[in-house]
Structure formats: structure tokens, C-alpha cells
Unconditional design. Structure first.
Lengths: 304, 259
């Protein structure tokens, strides 16, 4: 069986998640080719064919032209699986390829099982296995679910010439992230606030625990969207992916996007009133308690 | 201008889920509370804001697929400002895969001349993040996903896509188009009582799904289950005064971060 891995290119560089695609394909036990809309210098390092279209002419975001390039590579390679990262590029592009070929897509795979590909659902509380019935299928894999391999090998580059027609969508560039007041990827200890914290005025309770432990304040997405904490503190798929020595999740239920951002932490403590919260699935310790009662008591004890 | 917003009614995600009887491939729907998919609230709000920006000239239709209970979510969209609704009646909507759902919507929408379609970027229950893009492809519409910024002028949408790490992509789309909406795109309004009353008079067209469905599933579910708990996880319950020293003892034993 064969896989075509759709690698990503942004701001002139190959994204590291490309090596997670290789890891996944290896676990599936399939032979691999890759396609990249980027530059030759950025081609992923592995022993296989890389179909290359130039981002210089197509643009880094041009869904119609990227779809055409991927389809051109698939036409040559005839893969059983066309595999994307489940990223803002992957979830935008993958269904276009699936629709063009009228093949099934499985989204945000976390594991390979005997009955199909395992994905999360019901906000990470449940799982389901999905098995496409079409001979070919499109797969997207969860960020961080399959540990990236080291770059190794030399690809054979095959160039694609593809129309740059963007069919009504034009990309004018990136807007950089706001200046960060914290870099969570460097923190050894993170204490994160979730919706269970209740209101903005309670955030200092969580920040005080972070300080008592010598760590940084993190947050789940709803807390950032509500304006309780600034965006650079967000942990999750569209925030930061972190792997600290200690992660303390305060009043966080554990949505799929949040878990994807922190489940590689060395040790996870979750504090939640709900003992069935999905965060319990990745927690080493689940403390079933009201965050606003437990956290101040814990902070006080640590400060002694 | 004709605008369509597609919404899904989902179970409250605070619920406990267990596999249903029968084929066991989805959760038991008894005793659950239901609500509009959170991503779709942003889609409805953005559509209503666009309608208001254009002096209420556009006709905004809201569409949802499912059994009779989805009418509650439809009514909320009407109360937020949609003009009319389409309820595609389907007691087995949960058994259809994204390809089937998208083809039902595309079959409905084809030849209705919608200039712009708003959807959420994914559903909270299944989270496949496919239906919006599949509908756009089936209808040949310009499409961009994961919008956290939206503005409109003279037939062109100027939008921002949320990427990773706080980065955004700046894009524009020519109508006709479909966009999928990310959390935080706007602040969805609470329907006011006068608008809830007005909504009662708005048309909800009911269409049995069999009139629109011609596709088989491409990606069926083969099993549905609770995740296995990560080995070694322990649960501490009891009085806060007892739990605090217990946790500190565990942190001292299992990590190097507490002295």
C-alpha cells in the first residue's frame, strides 16, 4: 500500500509536522511519496519521491492550485492514502482533494486500530473508529499524535507544473502573532485556567499557583476568547503545543484541541469538579474539587 | 443578495455520553440537552451582521438537518436575525457521513443562487471539519476556512484565517463564496424577546431528506466507545484540606518540581 504525504510550507520553510506524516506512514506500514508546494531547498529529507510545485508561483495559500498540485501528484503516484496534518492548512485542503476524487476522508486521527482509524468525538469524551469504503482515502492526523521521525535520506525531486489559478481566493500574506508576553514552549511548569475558573476576576487565583510553583500561566481557548487572559497563554491546537515537566489544568474539561496541545506533558494534574471530564484521560492525578476552593489552599500550603 | 447559513444541533458537551442500543455507533440521545453547535453560532452572527451592514436587503436563510428537535436551534437562528429557515427532516442524520450531509446541502442549495454561505468550521460532536468545504467544492464556490476576521465590500470578502501559534493569514474571496467560521470570529448575540416573538412568524420550510439524498457514505463509523483511561492515572476525592497534602506528597514523589 502507498501513501502520498502532503507536506506544509510556510514563510519559506518546511513545517516540522511533515516528519509526523512520515512517522504515521511508517506505523501504517506503507511506502511513501510526498508532495510539497514550496521550494526544492525545503523538500522533506527522506528516501522517496517528492513531487514539488513552486510556492513562488502558486502562493503559500491558494487552495485551488494546491488541490490541483496534490491531485497531479496523486495521479502519478496512485496512492491508497493521501495524508495531511490536521492543521489550518490540512483541514482547509484535505476535503477539496477528497471531493475531487469522491473518496472518504478521516479527520484528526489519533491511533490506528484493527477496525479502522481512531478519532476523538463528543469533545474528546468518546472515540470512534472510521473506515472509508473507497479504495483510496484522505486522512488527516492530529498534531503531535504521531512522534516525528528524524530527517534522514535524500529525496528524488519531481517537479510539477500547475496552473496558479486561485479561483476567486487570494492570499495577501500573514499577520504576525501579537507580541507574546510569555513563551510557554520553554516553561517547565504550566498552570492553566479553564472555563471552570468562572470569571476574569478569578484568574489571579490560578496565576498565584503558577507563581508558587515557579511556573507560567496557561489557558484554554474559551478563557482567551473571553478576554480573561492574553493569547500567548493559550495552550492547544491553535495556541501553543507544550510539554512541560508539570502541567496543572484548573477547571479545564479537556476539549480535543486542548488535549492535543498538552498531552505530551511529563506529569499532568487536573483539578475539576467533574470526575468524568475528558482531561482525566490524560491526567496522572485528577483532583475532584472546586478549583476556587482547592487552588488557593494548595497555593497557601506551597508558600509555607 | 441571498445568504445561507448551515447549522447543526448538537448535544450539550457537558453531558455524559454512552453508546446507544441498536448498532451502538453513536451515543444514546435520551435525557440530553441540546444546543446550536458553538461554531455555527459565530456563522449565524456573522451572516446577520452582514445583512445589517447591507441595510437588511439580503435574504438570510438558515438550514439544519435532523429530527424535529433541531427546530429549536433553527428558531434561535431566526431570533438572531435569519429571515426564513429550511428544516431537512431526518431522524437518522447522525448516521450520515460528512459526504452525505454535504451532498444534501449542496442539492438543496444548487440553483437557489446563494451568493454567500456561512458554516461553522466543524461540529462539536463529530468534529470532522469537512462539510463546509465539501459543500463549496460541490457548488464550485470560492472557499476559505477558520475565519477569525471578516469584512465585506463590493462583492469581495476580506478575511483573516486563524493559523497556528497566533499567526493569521489574510485572504480575500470573490462572491459567490462559502466561509467556515472559527470560535471568536465575533460575539454572537443573545436573541431579545421581541426578536424571539418575531421569529415565531418566520417560515420554516420542511423537506424530507429523501428528496435530497442520493449518496452512500464514504467514511462510515465502525465502532463508538469510551476511551481507555491512561494507565496509572489516579483520582483523588474528598475534603480540600485532605486533598492538598495528598497532592503535594504525590508531586514530591513523582516530579522534581516541588521540594
Amino acid at each position: 500500500m502507498k501513501a502520498l504525504l502532503v507536506c506544509e510550507y510556510r514563510e519559506g520553510k518546511l513545517l516540522d509536522a511533515s516528519y509526523e506524516l512520515i512517522a504515521f506512514a511508517d506505523q501504517l506500514g506503507v511506502t511513501k511519496a510526498a508532495v510539497l508546494i514550496g521550494s526544492e531547498a525545503a523538500a522533506p529529507q527522506f528516501d522517496g519521491t517528492v513531487y514539488l510545485a513552486e510556492a513562488a508561483s502558486l502562493g503559500e495559500y491558494n487552495p485551488s492550485a494546491h488541490k490541483t498540485a496534490i491531485l497531479a501528484a496523486a495521479e502519478k503516484e496512485q496512492p491508497d492514502y493521501i495524508i495531511f496534518s490536521h492543521s489550518s492548512y490540512g483541514w482547509d485542503t484535505a476535503p477539496r482533494v477528497a471531493a475531487a476524487l469522491k473518496i472518504g476522508q478521516v479527520t484528526e486521527i489519533v491511533a490506528i486500530t484493527d477496525s479502522g482509524f481512531e478519532v476523538g468525538c463528543c469533545n474528546a469524551k468518546m472515540r470512534r473508529s472510521v473506515k472509508p469504503v473507497t479504495a483510496q482515502s484522505v486522512l488527516t492526523i492530529q498534531a503531535g499524535a504521531f512522534t516525528a521521525v528524524q530527517p534522514a535520506g535524500t529525496p528524488r525531486i519531481e517537479k510539477l507544473v500547475v496552473s496558479a489559478d486561485s479561483k476567486g481566493v487570494s492570499f495577501s500574506g500573514y499577520e504576525p502573532a501579537e507580541a507574546k508576553d510569555v513563551d510557554l514552549t520553554k516553561a517547565d511548569i504550566i498552570v492553566s485556567a479553564g472555563r471552570g475558573v468562572g470569571k476574569k476576576e478569578n484568574i489571579p487565583v490560578i496565576a498565584a499557583l503558577a507563581k508558587a510553583l515557579g511556573g507560567e500561566l496557561g489557558a484554554s481557548r474559551p478563557v482567551v476568547d473571553a478576554g480573561w487572559v492574553e493569547h500567548s497563554h493559550q495552550v492547544g491546537t491553535t495556541g501553543q503545543t507544550v510539554s512541560p515537566k508539570l502541567y496543572v489544568a484548573c477547571g479545564i474539561s479537556g476539549a480535543i484541541q486542548h488535549l492535543a496541545g498538552m498531552k505530551k506533558s511529563d506529569f499532568v494534574v487536573a483539578i475539576n469538579k467533574d470526575k468524568d471530564a475528558p482531561i482525566g484521560e490524560v491526567a496522572d492525578v485528577l483532583v475532584v474539587a472546586d478549583v476556587l476552593q482547592f487552588v488557593p489552599a494548595l497555593t497557601a500550603q506551597l508558600q509555607k | 443578495m441571498k445568504i445561507l447559513t448551515c447549522i447543526k444541533q448538537v448535544a450539550d458537551m457537558e453531558s455524559r455520553f454512552k453508546p446507544a442500543g441498536g448498532d451502538g455507533l453513536w451515543f444514546d440521545e435520551n435525557d440530553l440537552a441540546w444546543r446550536m453547535n458553538e461554531y455555527d453560532e459565530y456563522a449565524v452572527e456573522q451572516a446577520v451582521q452582514l445583512k445589517e451592514q447591507l441595510g437588511n436587503e439580503p435574504e438570510l436563510t438558515v438550514l439544519s438537518i435532523g429530527p424535529d428537535r433541531v427546530v429549536e436551534a433553527i428558531k434561535k437562528a431566526l431570533a438572531m436575525g435569519a429571515d426564513r429557515a429550511v428544516h431537512i427532516q431526518d431522524s437518522a442524520a447522525h448516521q450520515k457521513d460528512p459526504w452525505q450531509i454535504a451532498s444534501i446541502i449542496a442539492t438543496y442549495a444548487k440553483s437557489k443562487g446563494f451568493d454567500l454561505i456561512f458554516t461553522g468550521m466543524q461540529s462539536q460532536d463529530r468534529g470532522s471539519a469537512q462539510v463546509g468545504v465539501l459543500v463549496a467544492e460541490l457548488l464550485g464556490l470560492a472557499c476559505a476556512t477558520t475565519l477569525v476576521g471578516f469584512s465585506y465590500a463590493d462583492g469581495q470578502i476580506n478575511a483573516k484565517r486563524e493559523l497556528e501559534g497566533g499567526l493569521k493569514g489574510v485572504v480575500s474571496l470573490q462572491l459567490p463564496a462559502l466561509v467556515t467560521c472559527q470560535l471568536g470570529l465575533n460575539v454572537p448575540r443573545y436573541p431579545t424577546l421581541p426578536n424571539i416573538m418575531k421569529a415565531k412568524k418566520k417560515e420554516i420550510e420542511a423537506i424530507p431528506v429523501d428528496r435530497l439524498l442520493a449518496e452512500q457514505p464514504l467514511s462510515p463509523t465502525t465502532s463508538f466507545y469510551s476511551p481507555a483511561r491512561k494507565g496509572g492515572g489516579i483520582t483523588l476525592e474528598g475534603e480540600v484540606a485532605d486533598l492538598v497534602p495528598k497532592l503535594i506528597a504525590i508531586l514530591k514523589e513523582k516530579t522534581t518540581v516541588v521540594r
